[in-house]
Design a protein around this ligand. Sequence first.
Ligand SMILES: Cc1cc2nc3c(=O)[nH]c(=O)nc-3n(C[C@H](O)[C@H](O)[C@H](O)COP(=O)(O)O)c2cc1C
Length: 400
Amino acid sequence: MGRNAWFETVAEAQRRAKKYLPRTVYDALVAGSERGRTLEDNLDAFTEVGFAPRVVGHQAQRDLSTTVLGVETALPVVISPTGVQAVHPDGEVAVARAAANRDVIMGLSSFASKPVEEVAAANPKTFYQMYWTGTREAMSQRMERARAAGAKALIATLDWSFSHGRDWGSPEIPDRIDLKTAVKFAPKVLPHPRWLWTFAKSGRIPDLTTPNLRSPGGEAPTFFGAYGEWMQTPPPTWDDVKWMREEWGGPFLLKGVTRVDDAKRAVDIGVSAISVSNHGGNNLDTTPATIRVLPSVAEAVGDQIEVLLDGGVRRGSDVAKALALGARAVLIGRAYLWGLGAGGQGGVENVLDILRGGLDSAVLGLGHSSVHELSPDDLVIPGGFTRTLGATRTADPLST
Ligand SMILES: Cc1cc2nc3c(=O)[nH]c(=O)nc-3n(C[C@H](O)[C@H](O)[C@H](O)COP(=O)(O)O)c2cc1C
């Protein structure tokens, strides 16, 4: 990052990303669905939970490190997989380098713009994410490739239902950027000379292909070609997910769980971890914020598997709240995307430093020496805050 590139909050990173990125790219990161209610609730719910700080007894040394699926990390924060197409020429490799520099785990989407081999070389602590798309044979090949590249865990993301409409309008994204589309999109891109310049310097044009979904000997499909295949693939059963876990054979994280009954089924088929997730508010709108459903899921299965959370994390204090409510770690999506848009690799490092600083302040103020000591006793949880989905119980664990 250049001089004065440093930003103090993720909100500032987002403002800068909005200024630097072409509108279509910015809007693709905002994402969301329908009215954007879940998108908002993911953020708002974190502000409804308060802290109960201690006045004396603060600890001079504080340990923020933990392990996720057996992999050590300096922070209980994992890079959530996103297809960061066209945000930055180095894309996921820049994110992986930033995560490696801060000793944080990198989650790589199979829809990403960079091959898993390059990303895992930049950050050996890489988890590889897949959707249920294509034939079992193709999925096996993709898993084998990720394993050979050194991926330490598989993330299976299954909470997607192809809902696309947004009340505020969806961005128009070209299938491939060639001269013709460059001319078509020029009026939208030209007011963003810095973004264009970053790509011009790199000698590359944004590459909307998915190299990790290439079949052996074939070409990398375009993003929308891959999306089409996914839409046409019959959705998986629990037996299919079990097959996927067995085929992978290593640590396996099921991402997208919100219901207690699903969490229990996931335990039954032998997953190592789940992420309580609503896909960052991009799946079914009006699904409650993940922080509201976390306590019920953590209570049901937290003693058997690792429970993670993603959705709405923008501050270190959000990380502290999620851990206090039963998460082992969180995954972040837009927070690092805004950093990437605002300042490339340095911007992502800046975001991780913001989260570290905020988490450290929370642990200090709450009188703890380790993130493992965080508990509901550190929080003020308003009545009716939590939601229990997919369980016959009437009482929520924290609303009594
Ligand atoms: C632009 C964008 C692309 C995403 N792409 C993927 C993806 O390819 N695979 C996946 O598992 N999740 C994907 N997600 C969901 C994120 O991994 C994560 O669940 C979500 O962003 C968390 O919410 P947050 O952005 O509020 O942190 C995407 C999210 C965004 C915003």
